[in-house]
Ligand binder design. Structure first.
Ligand code: GLN
Length: 292
């Protein structure tokens, strides 16, 4: 490939085995048309791209005000794995960073007939429009190396803002990160948020319109961690990145977009994904603040 772009992550060893040259792109419109290029069918794990969708589930079950008691909605200006909570309240800054996502996952009800992870997998599958599953090797790899996230969970419990056992909540979070998708799945998931919570492929109302708007708002301000401001400035779309190389962006009432390319920049963003979505936004005038 000549030019070296980005690095494969190695803190989850199984993810370092990904093909650095793989590239897939998919777009799904509000009437369910699917457009794709490259390896849009290649499987990879969601990682942090799962966070907005589990946040959507928590908002659906508990409502915005209750969720905000546990997790705020302010950009942190910090890395995704920062060991950091709000000074005044002890809350994580937002649901897109690891600290916030661990709490969001813990907020999902856990009952005998509907265990927490089953609810999460069911919700992610509805967003994608097909039954998803877990990559057990990636899950095991993160369980073996995930002490930083365990440390975060214990820190959050010390502030009284983790409603469940720290080890259990982190294991569920690791499992949600290991849910297997393709770029086409992620485009359907982003398109569902863009379409007011209705999956444009299946017609199912996965979440309410208000919840979809709330999630897109937090993606716009916090979805790209410490490059969220720069991303909104240059690309102008709500987005979410993940360390396996997935990246989604949503054009409200227009489209869901997703890319897959594993090499990352130092912020944990797919290098080619960032370039591809940036170029598409510029060429097609997708910036939300743009006056058509
Ligand atoms: N599972 C990863 C972690 O918790 C997800 C991080 C990410 O995709 N940015 O470290």
């Amino acid at each position: 490939m000549g030019e070296k772009v980005g690095q494969l992550i190695d803190y989850i060893p199984q993810l370092a085995l990904a093909d650095p040259d793989a590239f897939g792109l998919a777009l799904i419109s509000m009437d369910g048309h699917r457009y794709s290029a490259g390896e849009a069918d290649a499987p990879f794990t969601m990682q942090s791209v799962s966070k907005p969708f589990v946040y959507a589930l928590a908002l659906s079950v508990l409502g915005l005000d209750e969720v905000c008691r546990w997790v705020n909605a302010e950009p942190s200006g910090e890395a995704f794995n920062a060991i950091s909570l709000e000074r005044a309240t002890g809350r994580p800054a937002n649901a897109m960073v690891n600290a916030g996502a661990i709490v969001t996952t813990a907020l999902i009800p856990d009952t005998a007939d509907a265990p927490r992870f089953d609810r999460i997998l069911d919700c992610l599958s509805r967003f994608a429009g097909r039954q998803l599953d877990v990559d057990e090797a990636v899950y095991a790899s993160e369980v073996a190396t995930g002490d930083r996230n365990r440390a975060l969970a214990y820190l959050i419990r010390s502030t009284g803002l983790l409603p469940v056992d720290p080890v259990a909540s982190v294991e569920t979070y690791f499992r949600q990160c290991a849910v297997r998708v393709t770029a086409l799945d992620l485009a359907a998931m982003a398109a569902t948020l863009a379409h007011g919570g209705v999956n444009p492929l299946t017609g199912e109302a996965v979440v309410e319109k208000a919840v979809a708007a709330q999630v897109l708002a937090v993606m716009a301000t916090c979805g790209m961690y410490d490059v969220s401001g720069d991303w909104l400035l240059r690309v102008g779309l709500p987005a979410k990145s993940g360390v396996s190389g997935g990246l989604i962006a949503a054009g409200p009432a227009r489209f869901g977009l997703a890319t897959y390319s594993p090499p990352l920049d130092p912020t944990g963003t797919s290098v080619r994904g960032r370039r591809a979505l940036g170029a598409l936004s510029e060429r097609l005038g997708l910036h939300l603040m743009h006056n058509p």
